[in-house]
Design a protein around this ligand. Structure first.
Ligand code: NAD
Ligand code: LMR
Length: 328
């Protein structure tokens, strides 16, 4: 058996945490031979509820679960961690403006970034699920300048999975037969779901679906799916968000399939004219814990234009958090 890896998860008493922790403990994220130590960070008020989750984790008798610890202290949570899954975030409350949300989360993610830099393992990899995920990842990275930039990521895998599901339903192909989907930009309604390079079975997706459906149904359905789930459930997506977080880290660590890629939000080095330093979603291939952006695709003019709009939103968010003093 391998030595256990410490996985730090924030917001473990929340909705996503309730799904995510059990999947990690079952071995779905790092593989069936990899024991894990769970280190769960919560705010002090949520620690009693988190104890119930811990009881259930123990009661599940997961063979790969080496230990579970809870804390309200970030320096304890990230001590020696090989993965940090930053799920806990301040939700938007009544009367709160987006700038208030950025300010509240700025404080959380910059404190966690500092704690990660000071306490985590040398090879820590960070995945931000808590919204606004891309900008929260930017803030955490700015607070941890000694950690290589490529170790910070934000979740757009849920959007990627949603896009695959929509295309599968439209074409009648099982999801397993769909490759090379892309989601570009921000995890927000400006995101750009792009099937122009996707393969369905042996065919090009663009040979199977009409342009009107892509423009009027596919893209808006994927981009607004989060709001549709909230409207139906009265709460934001949780099981699918946890599942996508598992997929994101598993792909990162265990690699993408040959002839396929995934969508991941990572720090741009200027690819596809996304300004350097922004955390944007790109198509990436992964192998042995490293990702690389698929950087030789021809973008359709509409896709390029929509990506520019999503990037403009990311730049605006960056300016807001810079003005709040979170980017140093
Ligand atoms: P939730 O409110 O049920 O749970 C969040 C938990 O985080 C709570 O238990 C809260 O106490 C905790 N928390 C808050 N501040 C914290 C801090 N400073 N340190 C540690 N824990 C803290 O929310 P949820 O449904 O689990 O969603 C979590 C986040 O994920 C939200 O921001 C949500 O918008 C986001 N989300 C992102 C995606 C995506 O695709 N990127 C998808 C779904 C949800
Ligand atoms: C989602 O995509 O489901 C989440 O980011 C929740 C939201 O606010 O859309």
């Amino acid at each position: 058996m391998r030595a256990p890896i410490t996985v730090a998860v924030t917001g473990g008493a929340g909705q996503i945490g309730y799904q995510l922790l059990f999947r990690i403990a079952a071995g779905d994220m790092l593989g069936p031979d990899q024991p894990v130590r769970l280190r769960i960070l919560e705010i002090p008020d949520a620690l009693p509820a988190l104890e119930g989750v811990v009881m259930e984790l123990h009661d599940s008798a997961f063979p790969l679960l080496h230990s579970v610890d809870t804390t309200a202290d970030a320096s304890v949570a990230f001590e020696g961690a090989g993965h940090a899954l930053l799920v806990g975030a301040r939700p938007r409350g009544p009367g709160m403006e987006r700038s208030d949300l950025l300010a509240a989360n700025g404080a959380i993610f910059s404190a966690q970034g500092r704690a990660i830099q000071e306490h985590a393992s040398q090879d820590i990899r960070i995945t931000v699920t808590g919204n606004p995920a891309n900008t929260n990842a930017l803030i955490a990275a700015a607070a941890a300048p000694d950690i290589p930039r490529e170790r910070f990521s934000a979740l757009t895998r849920l959007d990627h999975n949603r896009a695959i599901a929509q295309l599968a339903a439209r074409t009648g192909e099982p999801v397993a037969g769909i490759r090379r989907m892309i989601v570009w930009g921000n995890h927000s309604t400006t995101q750009v779901p792009d099937l122009t390079h996707a393969i369905v079975g042996e065919s090009l997706a663009t040979d199977l679906v009409e342009r009107e459906w892509v423009r009027d149904e596919f893209a808006p359905t994927v981009a607004n799916r989060g709001a549709a789930v909230i409207a139906a459930r009265g709460a934001s997506s949780a099981a699918s968000a946890a599942s996508a977080t598992i997929d994101h880290v598993r792909s990162w660590m265990l690699g993408t399939a040959p002839d396929d890629w995934t969508s991941m939000s990572v720090i741009s080095r200027g690819e596809y004219d996304v300004p350097e330093g922004l955390v944007s979603s790109f198509p990436v291939t992964t192998a042995e814990g490293e990702w690389s952006i698929v950087d030789d695709l021809e973008l359709e003019p509409e896709v390029a234009e929509q990506l520019r709009a999503s990037v403009a939103e990311l730049e605006q968010e960056r300016e807001q958090v810079r003005a709040l003093g979170y980017l140093g």
